[in-house]
Design a protein around this ligand. Structure first.
Ligand code: F6R
Length: 368
């Protein structure tokens, strides 16, 4: 049932083009307006929303962090993202005008479920983004957007993450459309780009040989750092989490701009540092990240740079260069995450660990 793969995780990584395509399927009506019928919240209710709060745990939380950049940019509604176990145990500001969005692959995560109950008690509308039909979180929510990833068996979430980001983006675009924000006219353009993503994810998957060699070279390392900015920052966090959970390596993700505020002290000769480089473009983001790469490299880091194809500016600073198909800054996480998943899977395999059943972890965390 692993379909010829050694691990479910690897199979699920390779299923991502299909999973994202399935999550995007059937989202347009005949006028190419985005439809999200399952939301069951009227356009007039959606217009009263003054804050979006995303609540989730682990990888699903990182999907929420990615989504924040897109949702705020497209809707101009403030969007907070919080870890469910933190949200629950303070008194978060949630009102009937708050849209609470939970993200959970399993739909059974105890802390996320408690957050749903709390939010509904405060009169907020709750939308669940979930991969498991009939699970508890969607049942207790006002509405659900299903990610169509299919069953995810490997404990480390992969296609769960990519489809969660996809579903959050659909929601963000739908909010922009229904509320008629300035961005409303661009929804179709973003959707058109979204529809190109499955083929681009496939391209990333087709070029993994270099990653396998990289894993062979680096699997004896003790510690790995991941840097990113903007939507690339949660990608860095996710890359680090994958390595921790299945390869049991010390790994940390940082916003690249924070280096000088502490983390750069960790950089010593030979330490592998992955850097997610945003697309070359109008903003300064790209150049800022290049300076960050220079900073760590000057201190002996072995830099593994993920950048879009044709980015010649990064090349001199990359000890290893992983090319990504072109995508806008907001959609790049759907591509940049994939090599990090493969790298973690490969390192864990080389170290002889059980990739699908890492120690101390369970697929759904139904206790606090
Ligand atoms: C990491 C991982 C976990 C889950 C987290 C939330 O690879 O799988 O961090 O993302 O336990 O689980 P769900 O999405 O089922 O609520």
């Amino acid at each position: 049932e692993k379909g010829g793969y050694d691990w479910f995780m690897r199979k699920e990584i390779y299923e991502q083009p299909q999973a994202v395509a399935d999550t995007l399927l059937g989202r347009f009506d005949s006028d190419r307006r985005l439809t999200l019928d399952e939301i069951r919240i009227s356009a007039s209710e959606l217009r009263t929303i003054d804050k979006v709060v995303i609540v989730a745990c682990g990888t699903a939380y990182y999907a929420g962090l990615v989504a924040k950049y897109a949702i705020e940019h497209w809707t101009r509604i403030p969007c907070e993202v919080e870890i469910a176990s933190e949200f629950r145990y303070r008194d978060p500001i949630v009102t009937s005008r708050t849209l609470v969005v939970t993200i959970s692959q399993s739909g059974e995560t105890a802390d996320t479920l408690m957050a749903v109950r709390y939010a509904r008690e405060q009169g907020a509308k709750v939308i669940a983004i979930c991969n498991t039909n009939g699970s508890t979180i969607p049942r207790e929510s006002d509405a659900v957007i299903y990610t169509h990833a299919g069953p995810e068996i490997g404990v480390a979430s992969t296609k769960g993450f990519l489809t969660q980001v996809t579903a959050c983006y659909l929601l963000g675009l739908f909010l922009a459309q229904e509320r008629g924000t300035k961005f409303g006219d661009e929804v179709a353009t973003v959707m058109a780009e979204m529809e190109t993503m499955p083929a681009k994810i496939q391209e990333v998957l087709d070029g993994t040989d270099a990653l396998l060699a990289l894993a062979r070279d680096l699997h004896q390392t003790e510690s790995v750092l991941f840097l990113g900015r903007h939507a690339g920052y949660p990608v860095a966090l996710e890359g680090a989490l994958k390595l921790k959970e299945i390869a049991y390596l010390h790994a940390e993700g940082f916003p690249a701009g924070e280096l000088k505020h502490g983390p750069i002290a960790l950089v010593e000769e030979g330490i592998p540092v992955f850097v997610v480089v945003p697309p070359q473009g109008r903003d300064q983001l790209h150049d800022k990240v290049i300076s960050n790469i220079q900073e760590v490299r000057a201190r002996g880091a072995h830099t593994i740079v993920l950048a879009e194809e044709g980015d010649e500016e990064v090349r001199p600073y990359a000890d290893r260069l992983i090319s990504l198909p072109r995508a806008s800054t907001l959609l790049q996480p759907l591509l940049a995450t994939v090599p990090l998943q493969i790298f973690a899977c490969e390192v864990a395999t080389l170290l002889g660990h059980d990739v699908d059943q890492p120690r101390n972890l369970a697929k759904s965390v139904t206790v606090e």
